[in-house]
Design a protein around this ligand. Structure first.
Ligand SMILES: C[S@@+](CC[C@H](N)C(=O)[O-])C[C@H]1O[C@@H](n2cnc3c(N)ncnc32)[C@H](O)[C@@H]1O
Length: 206
């Protein structure tokens, strides 16, 4: 773990890798699906059997997002276990993301059609395999709704940046799912874990 510690110290945006290091040391995790890709993707590629990384970008950031995706593709091209996916928001998600960041309003109170778009994307990207862990750390601000979409679909759900304002990320809209226990790692940007009751013993390692 020495290398991992040194790596994390140099990058505040990777502070979620500390509790992830403990989790992956405690249990074998086969398939990971992450929303949002970057330097942290390497950790999953080196510790899980298969990794799908889903990059969803807004229409207004599509040009930058395309470049970022290409850069990451180049960076991880040596990993045969990596399955990257790129997509641009439809109009409903685009409007919802704008509403969250610019008006600091929960978008569903204005127009909830983006929830169907988001749920459709999640259904589509997870249909090829059974994923043990879903990680929410993408560029969109609709993060709470994505966590809600993952309940019942992955046994472990993790969201990064959970110390950020609730009204931007919709963190306060995450349901208290009866089948999951929530554990907060509050250091740095904040990382929150939800463990299905089948895997509840893992809550102690965080
Ligand atoms: C902060 S990154 C975190 C990604 C990953 N989970 C990690 O730990 O490295 C979240 C999102 O920010 C966006 N992003 C980060 N750096 C970027 C860059 N240099 N250019 C364009 N988008 C970027 C991407 O959309 C990415 O999915």
């Amino acid at each position: 773990m020495g290398f991992l510690r040194a790596w994390i110290r140099g990058n505040a945006f990777l502070d979620h890798l500390k509790p992830f290091g403990r989790l992956f040391s405690a249990t074998a995790i086969q398939n990971v699906i992450e929303f949002g890709l970057g330097d942290g993707t390497r950790f999953f590629l080196e510790h899980a059997a298969q990794v799908k990384s889903v990059e969803i970008v807004t229409q207004r950031s599509a040009a930058d997002g395309t470049k970022w995706f290409a850069k990451c593709r180049e960076q991880y091209r040596a990993f045969p276990n990596w399955h990257p996916v790129f997509m641009v928001c439809d109009d409903f998600l685009e409007a919802a993301d704008r509403c969250a960041i610019e008006r600091r309003l929960y978008p569903a109170t204005i127009d909830d059609r983006y929830l169907k778009s988001l749920s459709g994307i999640v259904s589509d990207v997870i249909k090829d395999a059974s994923y043990d862990l879903g990680f929410v750390d993408y560029g969109l601000h609709i993060r709470g709704d994505l966590v809600n979409c993952l309940f019942g679909r992955t046994r472990i759900i993790v969201a990064h940046d959970t110390n950020s304002p609730a009204e931007i990320y919709g963190r306060d809209k995450i349901i208290d799912h009866p089948d999951y226990v929530k554990v907060r790692y509050s250091k740095g940007q904040g990382t929150t874990f939800w463990f299905h009751r089948d895997r509840m013993q893992l809550a102690e390692v965080i």
